[in-house]
Write a protein that binds this ligand. Structure first.
Ligand code: ATP
Ligand code: MG
Length: 416
C-alpha cells in the first residue's frame, strides 16, 4: 500500500491528556483518535492491528469448538429486569429510551441476551455443551475513562459463553479457555499471569483474571515468590511481606493490566431467567454457565505499552499493521524511483508492504516510520547504485545490505 493514500496523520506532540507511553504513541502515530472522553476512532493503521488481534482470537476459539455469532448492542430493559441487573449494574450502564419511552441500554456485557437466546431452544442434555462467542463493541459509562483504549467507555471485547449439563463439564471448559487465553496473549506478544479474582457485578462462583505485568496497570497483583499462588489484591487482601496462604512463602506485589477475565457463572442467570434443560435422568435443571471476556482494544494498548520506547513502537509479528516498511529516499531520480517501485511490487507480492511514496525529507520519513512501528524496514537510497537495499531488523537493531534480487528470500526467512 502507498503511504500517500493511507490516512495516518502523525503528530509531533501527544495530546495533553496522554499520560502513558502507549496512549502517546498510538495518537502520535495516527492509529487512533479521541472523539469523546473514552470514545475513540480506529484509523486505518490501528484498524489493521485490531483486525489481526481479532484473527488470532477467532482462530484459537474456533479450534476448541466455539462458534461465532453477533448479538445486539441495543438491549431492552425487560431482560435486565429478569436478571435483576437493571438496578444492580449501577451508573456504568448506558441507559436510553426509544421514541415510545421504552427503556434500553447499550450492552456492557451479554449474559442476559445470550441466556434469552438459548433458553427454550437448549431444552435437553442432548444439545449440550454449547459455546458461543462474539467480538463486539461494548459500552460502559466508566467513572474515570483513561489511558485511551485501556479504560474506554466504548471498547471492543470478545465475550464467550458456555452452557454445560454438569459442573465437571464447566470445569473442563474453564480449563480449556484458560489455556487458549494464555496462547492468544503469547501470540500477540504478551506474557500473562493468571490470578484469582472477585466475581464482581457479573456474579458466579469463581473467577480468574489474565494480567500483563506493567507499571501502568490499574490492578495490584499479590503473588508468592516460592509457589504459583497469585491473586488480585481486591480478592486476597494480602500485601508485601505477608505469608503465602498456600505454602507459607513470602508475598510480593506488582501492578498489572487486566486483559482477560473468566468466570464460572454456574446457574445465576439460568435460574433467574428460567433457562432449564431436561437431563438424562428426566429431571429439569438450570443450564450451567461460564463466561469469558477478553479485552481486544485493551490488548492492543498493552501490546504497545510492552513493545515500545518513548519515540517508537516495534510491533510483534502477529499484529503488525504491515510486515515491511519501504522507505524510498531518491524519488527525484527517475531511475531510482522506478527501481524502488519495482522493489515495492516484488515484495508486495509476498508480504504486506507499506511504501512511503510521500514527498517528505528522509528525516520525516524515518521519524514517522519509528512511530508507526513496522518491524522490518527497507531503505532504498545510495546503495541502489550497487543494486542493494539497506534492510533493518528492528527487533535486533541489525542492518544488512541485501542485493535486490535476494530481498524476497531474505524476508521469507524472517517473516515466515
Ligand atoms: P475492569 O476490572 O478493568 O474494570 P472488568 O472486570 O469489569 O474490567 P470484564 O467485564 O470482565 O471487565 O470484561 C472483560 C475484559 O474486557 C476485561 O478483562 C478487560 O480486558 C476488558 N475491559 C473491561 N472494561 C474495559 C474498558 N472500560 N475499556 C477497555 N477494556 C475493558
Ligand atoms: Mg475484572
Amino acid at each position: 500500500m502507498k503511504q500517500s493514500v493511507l490516512y495516518a496523520p502523525t503528530l509531533k506532540e501527544a495530546p495533553k491528556n496522554a499520560e502513558v507511553k502507549s496512549h502517546k504513541l498510538l495518537t502520535r502515530s495516527g492509529m487512533i483518535k479521541q472523539t469523546a472522553a473514552g470514545v475513540y476512532s480506529y484509523l486505518p493503521l490501528g484498524h489493521r492491528v485490531m483486525k489481526k488481534i481479532e484473527a488470532v482470537v477467532r482462530e484459537e476459539h474456533d479450534q476448541i469448538g466455539c462458534s461465532e455469532l453477533i448479538m445486539p448492542a441495543l438491549q431492552p430493559r425487560d431482560l435486565w429486569d429478569e436478571s435483576g441487573r437493571w438496578d444492580d449494574f449501577g451508573p456504568a450502564l448506558m441507559r436510553l429510551k426509544d421514541r415510545k419511552e421504552r427503556n434500553f441500554c447499550l450492552g456492557p456485557t451479554h449474559e442476559e441476551v445470550i441466556t434469552d437466546l438459548v433458553r427454550d431452544v437448549i431444552d435437553s442434555y442432548k444439545k449440550l455443551p454449547l459455546a458461543l462467542y462474539q467480538i463486539q463493541t461494548k459500552y460502559r459509562d466508566e467513572l474515570r475513562p483513561r489511558f485511551a483504549l485501556m479504560r474506554g467507555r466504548e471498547f471492543v471485547m470478545k465475550d464467550l459463553y458456555t452452557f454445560s449439563d454438569s459442573q465437571e463439564d464447566l470445569e473442563r471448559w474453564y480449563e480449556r479457555v484458560s489455556e487458549v487465553y494464555t496462547r492468544i496473549f503469547k501470540r500477540v506478544g504478551l506474557d500473562t499471569r493468571i490470578v484469582a479474582s472477585d466475581t464482581g457485578d457479573i456474579g458466579g462462583d469463581q473467577a480468574h483474571e489474565f494480567m500483563v505485568m506493567s507499571e501502568v496497570g490499574e490492578d495490584t497483583i499479590t503473588y508468592c515468590e516460592a509457589c504459583s499462588y497469585a491473586a488480585n489484591q481486591e480478592h486476597s487482601g494480602l500485601d508485601d511481606g505477608d505469608e503465602c496462604p498456600e505454602c507459607g512463602g513470602r508475598i510480593t506485589t506488582a501492578m498489572g493490566i487486566e486483559v482477560g477475565n473468566i468466570f464460572k457463572l454456574g446457574t445465576k442467570y439460568s435460574e433467574s431467567m428460567n433457562a432449564y434443560f431436561t437431563d438424562r435422568d428426566g429431571k429439569r435443571k438450570p443450564l450451567i454457565m461460564g463466561c469469558y471476556g477478553l479485552g481486544v482494544s485493551r490488548t492492543l494498548m498493552a501490546a504497545v505499552e510492552q513493545h515500545s520506547t518513548d519515540e517508537s513502537i516495534v510491533w510483534p509479528k502477529a499484529i503488525t499493521p504491515f510486515d515491511i516498511h519501504i522507505l524510498p529516499l531518491a524519488l527525484n531520480d527517475d531511475e531510482k524511483r522506478e527501481t524502488s517501485e519495482e522493489v515495492q511490487t516484488t515484495l508486495g507480492a509476498h508480504f504486506d508492504v507499506l511504501y512511503d511514496d510521500r514527498e517528505e525529507r528522509p528525516g520525516v520519513k524515518f521519524k514517522d516510520a519509528d512511530l508507526i512501528g513496522i518491524p522490518y524496514r527497507v531503505v532504498l537510497g545510495k546503495a541502489l547504485e550497487e543494486g542493494k537495499a539497506e534492510c533493518i531488523d528492528r527487533y535486533t537493531g541489525e542492518t544488512e545490505l541485501v542485493p535486490l534480487e535476494d530481498l524476497v528470500a531474505f524476508f521469507q526467512k524472517k517473516i515466515a
